[in-house]
Design a protein around this ligand. Structure first.
Ligand SMILES: *[C@@H]1O[C@H](CO)[C@@H](O)[C@H](O)[C@H]1NC(C)=O
Ligand SMILES: *[C@@H]1O[C@H](CO)[C@@H](O)[C@H](O)[C@H]1NC(C)=O
Ligand SMILES: *[C@@H]1O[C@H](CO)[C@@H](O)[C@H](O)[C@H]1NC(C)=O
Ligand SMILES: *[C@@H]1O[C@H](CO)[C@@H](O)[C@H](O)[C@H]1NC(C)=O
Ligand SMILES: *[C@@H]1O[C@H](CO)[C@@H](O)[C@H](O)[C@H]1NC(C)=O
Ligand SMILES: *[C@@H]1O[C@H](CO)[C@@H](O)[C@H](O)[C@H]1NC(C)=O
Ligand SMILES: *[C@@H]1O[C@H](CO)[C@@H](O)[C@H](O)[C@H]1NC(C)=O
Length: 844
């Protein structure tokens, strides 16, 4: 009976102990402050009290006040230690505690450098020198197994004696399930395996990110945490993702101990999702959204990812892949029920070099094909030295328990007669130490602070991006997201958008010539707010061009979306638009053979667009200003801002809003808004006649397509042939060309040839031209004679063979304008002097 009562008493006592564990009243200290500071903006409010009561009396310390320009009153005073000193907190043992240390140096503490340790065991900070640029908050989770909790500050004594200081301190018991008893998955190259007895004794929070949302300040977090926005960490540009937010109610589940203490509503109500809009028709859309975090090497990290699906309607079939440090963490992560938060913990080793990447991407059979992330926390785990700073700890031996004194006493007592045993102990200790040292790479950490991390990170990613760029710029055919160019490089390349470098302006914005730091000549297209084309076109162009590479398609070298800029960087096209070589400029006239070759090149590019990729791409805005000429008049199709993925197998067309340029419209598309590859064929037919007749698609209200068809039907196409071509065109070549172009302009798409047929016919037309010429290579007059029944006679200008050489010479020397003119969307040319200037700068 008595025994039972005793048992009951013990049980009750144990319960009381457990309860009191979680009822530890948080301690907030404003160090060095004479009175309490009430941060009443917090919810719940924090009252920071003076720290005197918690200092060990033996401590040699002083206070300092520096009230000016402190972001919060708690930073206007500090406790300064000139020698080793400790705080002492009576805590309930066997629990995790959250410890936050706040630092903002005054002028008098600017040179401070010190170690901070807890429980005489954990090394939290070493040779730490807080930045004076901003407040540094260091947060730790510490397993406390004895009371009191001692927090020790040790000013560095080498090379010179300095001080230690602290402005404010927070100590709270860690809520249930926040870190204790979690079951993370360990991510390894082969698979992710559950960690059975996860027992970190100390962790340091290195990143706490509210993905897709704003900064969350302590005022909006039940545990007074700070969550930073993710923008600075997003690796692959902001444009491939969407920020989503909801005002709906987040429903914390009753199970799993998931409460708003894990993360506040504001974390779960915002997320980033993959922006698949420009490629929504593509079934095989495969893409990673990646964040990069700089983490000190040589540690393991606990990565907690928070999810709450508030945007996708099919919670059961929605799952996605997660990668950490380039390894697969999960192939089918399901974020759970709608509006219900969840989180997953992973443990990952720090990468050997470079940042820790976190990527999410759609999984094969998921509906929808997307992924989402609401929040991330990255915590550094103590190493075997019980250290959070490097491969060393408080104890030279690296042992995890005990202290030096004990070891000394032990050794002394044994020394009396047990020399042999001593030797044995020493040898063992030596070997243990050797093994532990070998386990960790010899790398020094330089005490990074929260704010330092961000700046270092952005610099680092910027440089790694530009290296990536030079490596990738012309090879990769898959969706290439290493194309981001730092805004600073664009500024340098265009001399801060020097008007003298401007070579045109179009629907999208202004176009500048420039030279990248690596010497690549580029055309920089800078989107301007208020221009016709906008963000969707910008995205489409990047997505399309980063997927496809072809000799006859203008390649995208990179893009920049920093500072809400929309900048596209293309390969430089020496000779500008096809249109400028046809009419409206004083550039030398193109020979018929050159024109045919240009048309063939453009047709090849278009053919590749229609057939070369797994799903056809419809250009939608083909015109003579979107065909650019490079060196040696190689034609390349450009400006994919309006392009659409074509119908996939089984579908016959894609319905869209009519877009494009007047005069080039497919009438069928215009009428019934059915978009097929044949719409491009129609526009290409208009371009072919433009090339033949050297006149715009629409002039004086006359539609070139109609005009050309009219004369073609009458068999008198020569009436409208560019007079400058007189004597240059072989009759058979002309006939073939006319027929082909006319077929492209058929009213109905089904009656038009495919671009492949057009290409074949154009090549045939070239052959006809060449055959004729090679038969009578130097007899231009003979050609003229032959065709003179049809062509209006004008004086022969020069022999075709010589033409090309002439053109090259002209382009290179006589007409710098031609050389400098370039570039996508160069529809309006601004000033002649621009080009002369450019040519000089380019130093051809
Ligand atoms: C702190 O401020 C809040 C709101 O002004 C007030 O309710 C609370 O009593 C204050 N606490 C202390 C200790 O001054
Ligand atoms: C600070 O920590 C480092 C690394 O353990 C140690 O070498 C140094 O002696 C410590 N400084 C003080 C003053 O304790
Ligand atoms: C954050 O907290 C402050 C103060 O409690 C409040 O005024 C503000 O509306 C909160 N912000 C959000 C987004 O909830
Ligand atoms: C996310 O937000 C964007 C706009 O910000 C919206 O276009 C998109 O449809 C949203 N995604 C979902 C899944 O709701
Ligand atoms: C996503 O990232 C992982 C890990 O870095 C990589 O293995 C995978 O190929 C990536 N997927 C895509 C589509 O880039
Ligand atoms: C991080 O991801 C980016 C983009 O996928 C990649 O270029 C980079 O090499 C990755 N870094 C590391 C350390 O894996
Ligand atoms: C942290 O320290 C404990 C005690 O020495 C150890 O068991 C644990 O493995 C350490 N954590 C890591 C990640 O090394």
């Amino acid at each position: 009976m008595a025994g039972e009562l005793l048992l009951l008493a013990v049980v009750i006592l144990a319960h009381l102990l457990l309860l009191s564990c979680s009822s530890f009243a948080p301690i907030f200290l404003s160090c060095g402050s004479p009175s309490a500071i009430n941060l009443s903006g917090d919810n719940p409010p924090r009252v920071f009290t003076p720290d005197d009561a918690y200092l060990l009396t033996s401590s040699d310390s002083q206070t300092a006040a520096f009230p000016n320009s402190s972001p919060l009153p708690i930073y206007s005073t500090a406790r300064i230690f000139t020698s080793q000193a400790s705080y002492r907190f009576a805590v309930e043992p066997n629990a995790f505690y959250i410890l936050r240390l706040h630092f903002l140096p005054f002028p008098s503490t600017a040179a401070a450098r010190f170690n901070v340790s807890a429980l005489n065991r954990f090394l939290l900070l070493s040779s730490f020198s807080p930045s004076s640029a901003a407040v540094t908050i260091k947060e730790f989770f510490i397993w406390v197994d004895t009371t009191p909790l001692l927090l020790t500050f040790s000013p560095a004594s080498t090379p010179a004696t300095t001080t230690a200081f602290i402005n404010a301190l927070e100590l709270l018991s860690s809520p249930a399930n926040l870190i204790e008893g979690i079951q993370p998955l360990y991510v390894t190259p082969s698979q992710s395996t559950p960690v059975t007895n996860f027992s970190p004794l100390a962790t340091e929070t290195v990143y706490r990110i509210n993905v897709g949302g704003p900064r969350i300040t302590p005022a909006n977090d039940t545990l007074w945490r700070t969550w930073e926005p993710d923008d600075a960490f997003l690796f692959n540009g902001l444009i491939f993702s969407l920020k989503n937010s909801t005002s709906g109610r987040i429903e914390y589940p009753m199970v799993n101990g998931l409460t708003s203490k894990i993360a506040p509503d504001m974390v779960y109500s915002t997320a980033r999702t993959i922006n698949a809009a420009p490629v929504s028709n593509l079934q095989s859309f495969d893409f990673n959204l990646t964040w990069s975090f700089d983490v000190p090497p040589g540690f393991q990290y606990l990565v907690r990812m928070h999810f709450c699906n508030c945007w996708f309607p099919s919670p059961k079939s929605f799952f996605f892949r997660v990668y950490l440090g380039g390894l697969t963490a999960s192939t089918d992560l399901n974020p759970g029920k709608e509006m219900v938060p969840s989180y997953v913990d992973f443990i990952v080793d720090s990468p050997d070099s470079g940042p820790l990447n976190l990527s999410i991407g759609p999984a094969g059979k998921s509906i929808p094909q997307n992924a989402l992330l609401n929040g991330v926390e990255i915590m550094k785990l103590n190493n075997s030295f019980l250290s959070l700073v490097g491969p060393f700890g408080l104890f030279e031996s690296g042992g995890s328990h005990g202290n030096k004194h004990l070891l000394e006493i032990l050794l002394l007592s044994i020394l009396g007669g047990l020399v042999l045993l001593t030797l044995l102990v020493l040898t063992t200790a030596f070997f243990i130490r050797r093994r532990q040292q070998r386990r960790l790479p010899e790398q020094k950490e330089k005490a990074p602070s929260w704010s330092n991390f961000k700046t270092e990170n952005s610099v680092l990613t910027a440089t790694s991006k530009s290296t990536e760029l030079t490596q990738n710029n012309s090879s990769s055919a898959r969706l290439n997201l290493g194309l981001q160019i730092p805004f600073a490089d664009v500024i340098t390349a265009t001399r801060n958008f020097d008007e003298n470098l401007m070579v045109g302006s179009g629907g999208f914005g202004k176009v500048y010539a420039g030279v990248l730091p690596d010497g690549t000549k580029v055309a920089v297209k800078r989107g301007m707010p208020g221009y016709k084309q906008g963000f969707p076109e910008f995205q489409t162009e990047i997505v399309v061009l980063s997927r496809i590479r072809h000799r006859h398609l203008v390649s995208l070298i990179g893009y920049c979306d920093e500072q809400s800029e929309m900048i596209l960087v293309y390969e430089y096209m020496e000779k500008g638009t096809l249109r400028n070589h046809l009419y409206g400029s004083d550039l030398p006239c193109l020979s018929w053979k050159q024109r045919l070759e240009i048309c063939i090149g453009a047709a090849r590019g278009l053919h590749y667009l229609h057939t070369g990729y797994s799903q056809s791409i419809i250009h939608r805005d083909l015109k003579s200003t979107n065909i650019l000429l490079g060196e040696k008049f190689v034609a390349k199709v450009s400006d994919f801002g309006l392009s659409r993925l074509g119908p996939s197998v089984g579908e016959t067309h894609v319905s869209t809003v009519v877009k494009g340029t007047f005069g080039y419209f497919d009438p069928e598309y215009f009428k019934i808004q059915k978009l097929t590859e044949k719409s491009d064929v129609y526009s290409f037919g208009v371009v072919l006649f433009e090339v033949l007749c050297a006149r715009p698609a629409i002039r004086d209200n006359v539609n070139l397509a109609e005009l050309a068809l009219h004369w073609q039907r009458k068999g008198k196409l020569e009436k409208i042939v560019d007079p400058k071509l007189e004597g240059d065109v072989n009759e058979n070549s002309l006939r073939k060309f006319g027929e082909t172009a006319a077929k492209c302009l058929a009213d109905y798409g089904v009656d038009r040839p495919s671009i492949g047929d057009v290409l074949w016919n154009l090549e045939y037309a070239l052959q006809l031209q060449e055959t004729q010429l090679s038969r009578e290579p130097f007899e231009d007059s003979a050609i003229l004679d032959e065709s003179s029944q049809n062509l209006v006679a004008v004086p022969v200008r020069r022999a075709p063979a010589a033409t090309e050489i002439d053109m090259e010479v002209n382009a290179a020397t006589e007409s710098p304008a031609a050389a400098a003119r370039s570039l996508p969307e160069t529809s309006e040319i601004t000033s002649r002097s621009v080009f002369s200037q450019l040519a000089i700068d380019d130093g051809r």
